[in-house]
Design a protein around this ligand. Structure first.
Ligand code: CTP
Ligand code: MG
Length: 321
């Protein structure tokens, strides 16, 4: 059944050829980048990312001209190769859209404009959740939204081969497919070795440390538990994998650190490493050693108990006097 958009009687098109130049159109906060994330990262050219590349600040409007120039250079290279490309910017200005359509046409790549259908009130509300350097003023968002809505009936006339609404597209499947592929590769379900014990490392410390992580085979440093190192340049952190924390069978890591009781002690002392922040604190000397246990001196809990007794004694004396 042919469907039409009632306001304009234009056919409701959902075609996205491959290859295509896909131009997202919508105000700040309309969900363009979220939608764009359903394509592979290499297929998406996000203006904010190019601003950050040239100026370190995604929201630096003064960097827009340089960012656009860099984006257009990459786009040109991709169009030459007939690669499907999504351009993620507001695209509320006709002249900007015209430049993209011309570029795609020069290379014989079909063009698709994708309109975000998010209500302007929601676009404005979403700005409040952003940091001040990324929040777009409400008046600007409203002007962008009006420009996008006004542009809609003329998009075919501007030369776009297809004019589609984001709300009419099924993009959840490619997003889940890529997420599923990545997860299966991590777990080794795709025939590759997978991450194995590194899955736990990633869950505790995040992605950043994975390339630095080395298991130290045969080490006796941790009383027979598996030992690992994080090394980079002059820095080295040593960790132990514990497989029966508090006798409850829980897995986790301890970080090798200094004895909390005796400054002169050189015996291994271990502190629970719950997150990447523990690693950072160890490097910067900000580690709180309340939970640190030295293999020779234990923890400094005894000292704390003594302190408590010291405080308690006069109190007890006062009560019994
Ligand atoms: N969002 C959402 N549901 C969607 C799409 C987006 O809840 N289907 C939310 C996102 O989680 C995000 C916010 O809307 O917090 C803005 O989405 P974003 O993709 O960042 O909007 P953009 O249009 O890319 O905004 P900008 O032009 O400022 O980059
Ligand atoms: Mg965005």
């Amino acid at each position: 059944m042919a469907r039409t958009f009632t306001a304009t009687l234009q056919p409701l098109d959902t075609t996205i050829p491959d290859p295509a130049l896909i131009v997202l159109i919508g105000a700040a906060g309309s969900g363009k980048s979220t939608f764009a994330s359903t394509w592979a990262p290499s297929q998406v050219l996000e203006l904010d990312a190019f601003r950050a590349m040239v100026s370190d600040e995604a929201g630096d409007q003064a960097a827009t001209a340089d960012a656009v120039a860099a984006l257009r250079t990459v786009l040109e290279a991709r169009l030459t190769r007939k690669k499907t490309t999504v351009v993620d910017a507001t695209h509320c200005e006709r002249a900007v859209r015209a430049g993209l359509v011309q570029a795609a046409r020069r290379h014989g790549v079909p063009t698709v404009s994708v309109l975000m259908g998010t209500p302007v009130s929601l676009c404005v509300i979403r700005q409040t959740a952003r940091t001040s350097d990324r929040a777009v003023p409400a008046d600007t968002v409203r002007a962008q939204h009006t420009a996008a809505v006004t542009a809609f009936p003329g998009l075919r006339g501007e030369g776009f081969d297809h004019v589609v609404f984001a709300d009419q597209l099924h993009r959840l499947e490619p997003l889940l497919q890529r997420a599923s592929d990545a997860r299966r590769a991590d777990l080794g379900w795709d025939g590759n070795p997978g991450l194995g014990p590194l899955l736990l490392v990633r869950r505790v410390f995040g992605d950043a440390v994975l390339p630095l992580w080395r298991w130290v085979e045969g080490s006796t440093l941790a009383g027979g538990d598996r030992v690992a190192e994080i090394t980079l340049g002059a820095d080295r952190l040593q960790l132990a994998l514990r497989t029966d924390i508090d006798g409850e069978g829980d897995y986790g890591f301890d970080l090798l650190t200094a004895c909390p009781v005796d400054d002169e002690c050189t015996a291994p002392a271990w502190t629970p490493a719950h997150s990447v922040t523990t690693l950072l604190d160890a490097l910067t000397g900000a580690l709180n050693d309340t939970d640190t246990v030295c293999t020779v001196h234990g923890d400094d809990q005894d000292d704390q108990d003594d302190d408590l007794e010291d405080l308690a004694a006069p109190y007890a004396d006062a009560v019994h006097a």
